[in-house]
Ligand binder design. Structure first.
Ligand code: GH3
Ligand code: MG
Ligand code: MG
Length: 367
């Protein structure tokens, strides 16, 4: 991609410079030997890129990097643009702008290390050139002569070249900034999703659940609406793992996760995997009676669903549930009561739910 983006521009520069070298009108305005050196640098860089393309094309679907070829490409592009920027005058905004754009594109497409080496090679060239210019060894903008100007203004072809590079430069730089921030937003959203999602089931994880529970309890403190919490634990899950293997266990957990999210009114309600074979439902604006309906529906869904183990056996699952409706409690009080109820459900024979209601404790509303 770096080659495809850079080489057309190099070919355009080569063509324009060649026109300057053969045109009787333009030639007096350029320093011919300097422009030939620049042409040689650009031609060499283009040839290196063509070679790299030929080398990389057969492996275009492979993701593993080829550091040596990548570095050659980065150096070719870097040196080509440093040559252009130096020859046209390093203080002119346009070529330097293009150079910045090229550097940023390079950082997006190539490895960080490759770009560091290319930077360390190319950046000192500016310093060296600047020092030589201060010492009067080389002129500013060595590729052009005084005849590129008339009455202090650039003549048409020099003006055209500068305008072209300037407009291409700022469009590229602006495009890059948009792309860069767009990508940053996408990465941010992805990281956020990863840090709040359980990989196996796709449900919210414990961190996301606790954040939501805290937020809902604060909302409840304002509205005084009921709120129910359900802890769900798979029954005798260890047996499934021991008999059919961990992967079959994972399949059963994924099925439970799917049914949990089917059984609630997302996005108002939240189903989460707290860890292992323990799940939870957060049901805002829901009384314990309404929560009971949700629990029964989950049991019906589970009874109708099964997973086929690699052995061919059909695996079914039941769950025990601890349900609590609260009003003004702290999150840990609600969770403790739900856990006590869950323990009772297990003790009473599993595949059932135990319910309780905690009365209003408005003095203990979380801040
Ligand atoms: P009970 O009915 O009393 O809850 O019995 P149980 O066997 O379900 O409970 P126990 O806590 O003894 O065992 C839970 C098992 O869940 C043990 C653990 O290896 C398994 N487990 C936890 N996380 C995962 C997971 O991500 N995948 C699989 N396959 N198993 C898991
Ligand atoms: Mg269990
Ligand atoms: Mg458990």
């Amino acid at each position: 991609m770096a080659i495809a983006l850079a080489s057309p521009f190099f070919l355009i520069y080569l063509g324009l410079h060649q026109i300057a070298l053969v045109s009787d009108t333009i030639r007096p305005g350029v320093r011919v030997p300097v422009l030939w050196i620049l042409q040689a640098v650009l031609a060499l860089a283009t040839l290196v890129m063509a070679g790299a393309w030929w080398r990389l094309w057969p492996r275009r679907h492979q993701a593993d990097p080829v550091p040596a070829v990548e570095l050659l490409v980065a150096l070719s592009i870097g040196l080509g643009y440093v040559g252009i920027a130096v020859c046209a005058g390093a203080f002119s905004a346009a070529p330097t702008q293009v150079l910045m754009g090229v550097f940023t594109i390079g950082l997006m497409l190539l490895q960080w290390r490759t770009m560091l080496i290319a930077f360390l090679v190319c950046a000192p060239m500016f310093g060296v050139f600047d020092a030589l210019m201060v010492l009067d060894v080389v002129p500013y903008a060595p590729a052009v002569t005084a005849q590129a100007f008339h009455n202090g203004e650039p003549v048409w072809w020099w003006s055209l070249w500068r305008h072209m590079v300037f407009h291409v430069g700022w469009v590229v730089v602006a495009g890059l900034i948009f792309m860069f921030f767009g990508r940053l937003d996408a990465v941010h959203a992805k990281l956020n999703r990863l840090s709040t999602t359980d990989v196996l089931t796709g449900l919210a994880n414990r961190r996301a659940f606790m954040a939501r529970l805290n937020a809902e309890l604060r909302r409840q403190a304002r509205t005084g609406r009921p709120l129910s919490l359900v802890l769900v634990d798979a029954d005798h899950f260890k047996r499934i793992n021991d008999t059919h293997g961990h992967p079959a266990g994972d399949q059963v957990l994924a099925m439970l996760g799917r049914l949990l999210s089917l059984g609630v009114r997302t996005p108002v309600d939240m189903a989460a995997r707290l860890g292992g074979e323990e799940f939870a439902l957060l049901l805002p604006d829901t009384t314990v009676d309404e929560a009971e309906t949700v629990c029964r529906r989950l049991q019906q869904l589970l009874a109708a669903e099964s997973v086929r183990a690699p052995s061919g056996d059909v695996l079914r699952l039941t769950v025990s549930m601890g349900v609590v409706e609260g009003q003004g409690q702290r999150p840990e009080q609600l969770l403790r009561q739900a856990d006590t109820n869950l323990y009772q459900a297990k003790a009473q024979g599993r595949n059932r739910a135990v319910y309780s209601v905690l009365g209003p404790l408005l003095s203990e509303v979380p801040a």
